[in-house]
Ligand binder design. Sequence first.
Ligand code: PBG
Length: 332
Amino acid sequence: MTQAPAPFPTARLRRLRATPALRALVRETSLTPSDLIWPIFLMQGTAESVPVPSMPGVHRLTVDRAVEAAQEARRLGIPAMCLFPYTAMEHRTADCSEAWNPDNLTNRAIRAIKDAVPEVAVMTDIALDPYNIDGHDGFVEDGEIVNDRTVDALVRMALAQAASGADILGPSDMMDGRIGAIRRALESEGFQNTTILSYAAKYASAFYGPFRDAVGATAALKGEKKTYQMDPGNSAEALRLVARDLSEGADMVMVKPGMPYLDICRRVKDEFGVPTFAYQVSGEYAMLRAAEANGWLDGPRVMIESLLAFKRAGCDGVLTYYAPEAARALNG
Ligand code: PBG
């Protein structure tokens, strides 16, 4: 319970805000580089990086450059990176078979990073959208995104990533039953220690726009994702999804997007007390960067404030495109 303050002037709540030392002493939440997961975009080729126009400061990286990024993560104290592939158009098909190709871009990058920088945890994305001619996270049959056939494909994708050495699998597809199916397959194939960070409460959000540009999915996507991603009006449903994914074998859960959904982060943390993450998604990053570029916001300060807010809302960590810059700022 919050202690009611004595009446003024016995209590002057400004006393504890008077100096940097006092403010530091009573600050309730802290942010460190170890709270950050750094999402990066992969592309074919060598020694190249291509800027993503709608995400200033973010580049698509060839695998060798991704390894350099992992080395930077290690230097900066960022514990984990999350990989998203920009798949060549000829590898996007209706059967999505590139998704479980052991030599696809993601699997090659996992092996290269784990080989060079084993200390950094590698997280993946499990969903069919980078490989799907329809741009959806699941197979499309007669205009419907089908669940169970998609789950079978996601399991194959998960096993290929686990076999490549991924530390954290991130199912972001929102199909029902995928966590249980992936967990059973991991157990029976000898990957008992591969962790799952479930995108448990993922909303059908307009804040993913710049990401879809970055992975080349904008043009491909036919229709919306509202039949599998959550309705932004819902909150209790997020708790049902988290409970369901935990019962099926998720080790950690995510709320996505982040900043407009801090109430969901708080409810999830209070209700379950499990490792809880938020994704400060591409659109949140883009709008802060755009305001900064216009001179309307102080970029470095809103970066740290926005990330600290996730910790205050109960999150254990944040996926953020700011990860390297924030870590540099925090390391002083
Ligand atoms: C796809 C996926 C998306 C993001 C992460 N994985 C986009 C989507 O669901 O359409 C969004 C990340 C971001 O916007 O930064 N499964």
